[in-house]
Write a protein that binds this ligand. Structure first.
Ligand code: BEZ
Ligand code: FE
Length: 287
């Protein structure tokens, strides 16, 4: 088939959208068909390859249920989720960069006191604290900061019936100066689920399934854009090769050993403990 025939085939399909009354839908469908045709044409996709592609997508759909969403995992591992995040939240400037929410966020975390310890399983004791501020540096008080991370076995509490309820997740409210603090354990890297078609795709393409160690943050403050982000551990072997592309240089943090015995006593932590001091800059909501 020559280029002219391919072009007229694409145009034939685009012409069928002529009566679409929703301009945004028309724009999306036009671009989708144009890019799909260009892709098939560029790689000269064979019938057998497309059949295997359809089988892959069918298996991806069959893997989905109330707690497993293989299509989101596919979007994550192809970098599409983080691309859409960048398009919609790439504010630039001084605001804290966003990252992926991930599939393990669970609503209904308990609101905890300033400085509370959310670790109910073993790990390296850590204090995480800082301030929420706006782009001008003014404090953001009364915001809700939700955090969640995996236990040392690489599993979130919601994935692992052996973990105590509310282990390594909690909700905190920022104080009058925007301050927040909580005690936890240093996170560990973990693999995304590999027992489905996405795992097969990673293996077939020579990719690893690991996410670098991280703690998720969801920050909701009236008058500000909700910030979905995560802090990634400096020195983690996967920090520059995150399987889902969520790790960004500005979100990489150091866990600094704190040897001050008085501080350990004040926070009821063993000495030494790890300390992370990290502020978050929120973006005022556009009106
Ligand atoms: C997570 O960080 O929880 C996550 C994000 C994307 C895919 C799998 C896990
Ligand atoms: Fe995660």
């Amino acid at each position: 088939m020559n280029d002219k025939t391919i072009h007229s085939l694409t145009q034939n399909v685009l012409d069928t959208f002529a009566d679409c009354t929703d301009p945004r839908l028309k724009q999306i469908m036009t671009a989708l068909v144009t890019h799909l045709h260009a892709f098939a044409s560029e790689v000269e996709l064979t019938g057998d390859e497309w059949r295997r592609g359809i089988e892959f997508l069918t298996a991806t759909g069959k893997m989905c249920n109330g707690i497993r969403q293989e299509f989101i995992l596919l979007s994550d591992t192809l970098g599409l989720s983080i691309m859409i995040d960048a398009i919609n939240h790439g504010r630039g400037g001084v605001t804290t960069e966003s990252s992926l929410l991930g599939p393990f966020y669970r609503e209904g975390a308990k609101e905890e006191e300033f400085g509370a310890n959310i670790a109910r399983t073993e790990g390296e004791p850590t204090l995480i604290h800082g301030r929420l501020v706006d782009e001008g540096g003014a404090p953001v008080a009364g915001a809700l900061i939700e955090v969640w991370e995996t236990a040392n076995n690489g599993m979130y509490e919601g994935q692992d019936p052996d973990q105590p309820e509310s282990n390594l997740r909690g909700k905190f409210r920022s104080g009058p100066n925007g301050e927040y603090a909580f005690r936890t354990i240093k996170p560990t890297s973990y693999p995304i689920p590999t027992d489905g078609p996405v795992g097969q795709m990673l293996m077939a393409t020579g990719r690893h399934p690991m996410r670098p160690a991280h703690i998720h943050f969801l920050i909701v403050a009236p008058g500000y854009e909700t910030l979905t982000t995560a802090l990634y551990s400096e020195g983690d072997p996967y920090v520059h090769s995150d399987a889902v592309f969520g790790s960004k240089p500005s979100l990489v943090i150091d866990y600094v050993p704190n040897h001050d015995a008085a501080a350990a006593k004040e926070w009821a932590l063993p000495s030494p403990f790890f300390e992370v001091q990290r502020d978050f800059v929120l973006s005022a909501r556009q009106v």
